[in-house]
Write a protein that binds this ligand. Structure first.
Ligand code: ATP
Ligand code: MG
Length: 592
């Protein structure tokens, strides 16, 4: 069976300016369930290209297989540097570079299973290093370049990484922790376009020198589908980040979901705004698009609404995968920068990482002419599990339907299935292809996630009668007030519908009578100032939208919402600050 987008003949539901939902073409959900019933992952396993030696290697699927099938001249990556440099790499080019880098690592004594960490900005060499490492069977750990020394140290020490590939400014930033990394053998420094004079210190090796003196590797390591490929630390939203290990076979689900949930089509130009330091930036910023052979835009710079729109216009981006935090910032920037650019190339927009407020879905429809498709997954799941597909009726605020081959369920405390519309624990039937297979050196933690035949996600949700899943919150975040279970997300979504509110974070405060009461923190849109009157207005507004049992008992102002570096609101930090408790692990907290 050839994996294609699900249901070309189906359409999503449009929402008009008044928020009315008007299906353009009747969605064909039945068709989707037929597909699910017959679906077997083995079909996708058969469809992806295996190594000539019989094994499975992500680098072969994503790069060399296109060369072998005669598509090596297709463009894999267009890089737009922060100084507006531009470089284009075909699949042939990527093969040449990654073959060489694989050999560089081999000559340095890196063996299958060794950890190679990459601490780099979104430079082409970051991608080359990751795939070069995969080609020799190393376990590659991408690190977010905005990390300070401590988060890098924690991850490098925990993973016992042998090699670090980095760049001069980042090397300098972490200088102080290098002596504390007992397993680190070599640092390879990439001096992109000679941006730095004298880039090398101590025994560091120059990437450029190593690459110019090496030869391409003879063959890709014949890794099995079960060999580890990528090691990603989680975002640290709920506590200390965990090192989730993935296997080469994850590519099967990444490949299929690229087509289904991100609507990849031949000749698409795709832009994933996530950094490779987070799982979205590898699963969907490397593996999914390149396993489908499409062109990716890699934009090195940071967020700016006008710059982002100009990237879409300049490169004619068709498919755009981003995150709620970015969408909220784009909403804050408003219509003006949208009008200055031609965004007509866009065909499909999707979001992941946090709940996507219904307001944002409607806003996308009004401002981009298409809704934003929310999908749900985690570092641990390795790939998209639940999604609003292009072919479905979108329900704003819902994470959509489980993708074919994935079983999700809502369970009660005793891990029994709950009927529709009852919130509970979101669980997955284990055995999906991109499942993580360990937390590095933490079997106890890993085992604790699997109970009575289910993988416990740590999230709470409910499923409606039609099988759509609706996120309620993290298990730790759900608020129990006077016997009601309150979803912080629902309260936050109500608050951001107010024109003054840019972002909202909602927590439960211990209370003698009610057990917990709901408290909200808001940051404001430009042009609004915090005042007693605004506080009262927001209290009234939220009571009007929610029942008084659910509406916040108190609302406070924060200038900057505490967020992880991957952009998620850190409710646990709001709570710790409010209650004067220790802040716990803040290694992934975004700088103010
Ligand atoms: P940690 O596990 O360290 O606390 P984290 O859970 O934020 O951090 P990730 O694996 O990056 O680390 O994030 C996955 C989580 O993000 C999900 O479990 C869920 O809570 C949230 N999430 C992802 N996508 C969505 C979505 N579409 N809607 C709601 N929540 C989402
Ligand atoms: Mg998590």
């Amino acid at each position: 069976m050839a994996i294609s987008r699900l249901g070309d003949n189906m359409a999503f539901e449009y929402i008009n300016k008044n928020g009315d939902r008007k299906p353009k073409i009747k969605p064909n959900i039945e068709n989707l369930s037929n597909f699910k019933k017959d679906f077997n992952w083995e079909e996708v396993f058969e469809e992806i290209p295996w190594l000539p030696g019989g094994g499975l290697n992500n680098a072969y699927v994503c790069i060399d297989s296109h060369v072998d099938s005669g598509n090596g001249n297709n463009v894999a990556m267009i890089w737009n540097g922060k100084n507006d440099e531009e470089e284009t790499y075909t699949f042939n080019d990527l093969k040449v570079h990654t073959d060489k880098f694989a050999n560089v690592l081999k000559e340095l004594g890196v063996c299958k299973g060794d950890r190679v960490f990459v601490f780099m900005d979104r430079l082409p060499e970051c991608y080359i290093s990751v795939f070069g490492g995969l080609k020799i069977g190393a376990i590659v750990g991408p690190l977010f370049s905005a990390f300070g020394p401590d988060p890098v140290k924690d991850r490098m020490v925990d993973s016992e990484a042998k090699i670090l590939v980095t760049q001069p400014e980042l090397r300098k930033k972490i200088e102080g922790i290098i002596p504390d990394l007992p397993d680190l053998e070599k640092i390879i420094v990439v001096n992109k376009n000679n941006r730095t004079d004298d880039p090398l210190v101590d025994d560091d090796l120059s990437y450029e020198d190593l690459m110019s003196s090496t030869i391409p590797i003879e063959s890709i390591e014949n890794t099995s589908q079960y060999d580890y490929s990528i090691m990603h630390y989680t975002s640290g939203t709920t506590g200390k980040p965990k090192g989730a290990l993935h296997r080469h076979q994850s590519i099967v689900q990444q490949y299929a979901t690229g087509k289904w949930a991100l609507d990849f089509q031949k000749d698409d130009i795709y832009w994933c705004t996530a950094d490779p330091g987070w799982v979205t930036g590898t699963s969907y910023g490397m593996f999914a698009p390149w396993s489908s052979g499409i062109t990716q835009i890699i934009y090195e710079g940071g967020f700016s609404a006008s710059k982002w729109y100009s990237v879409i216009e300049k490169y004619n981006v068709n498919v755009w995968y981003t995150a709620p935090t970015a969408i909220r910032m784009l909403m804050k920037a408003g219509e003006a920068p949208i009008k200055k650019n031609d965004l007509s190339s866009l065909r499909f927009i999707a979001s992941v990482g946090e709940p996507l407020n219904p307001e944002a879905v409607v806003w996308g429809n009004e401002n981009y002419g298409m809704p934003i498709h929310d999908n749900w997954w985690q570092t641990e799941t390795g790939a998209i599990m639940c999604a609003n597909l292009s072919s479905m009726q979108i329900r704003p605020g819902s994470m959509g339907l489980p993708i074919p081959g994935i079983e999700l369920a809502i369970l009660d405390k005793d891990l029994k299935r709950l009927p529709p519309n009852e919130p509970g624990i979101l669980a997955v039937k284990p055995g999906w292809p991109s499942q993580f297979f360990a937390y590095w050196k933490n079997d106890e933690r890993y085992n604790s996630r699997f109970k009575r035949g289910w993988y416990i996600t740590g999230d709470e949700a409910f499923m409606d009668e039609d099988g759509y899943f609706w996120f309620q919150g993290r298990s730790d975040d759900v608020i129990n007030t006077a016997g009601h279970l309150v979803s912080p997300f629902e309260v936050e979504s109500a608050l951001i519908e107010h024109k003054a509110v840019a972002e909202a974070g909602v927590i439960g405060i211990p209370d003698k009578l009610a057990m917990e009461v709901v408290k909200a923190f808001v940051s404001l849109n430009n042009g609004f100032e915090w005042s007693k009157e605004l506080r009262l207005e927001l209290m009234k507004f939220s009571r009007g939208k929610l029942s008084s049992a659910v509406a916040p008992r108190d609302i406070d102002y924060v200038e900057i919402m505490p967020k992880t570096r991957s952009g998620k609101i850190m409710r646990r930090l709001l709570k710790a600050r409010e209650l004067g408790l220790p802040e716990g692990d803040t290694s992934t907290l975004e700088d103010d």
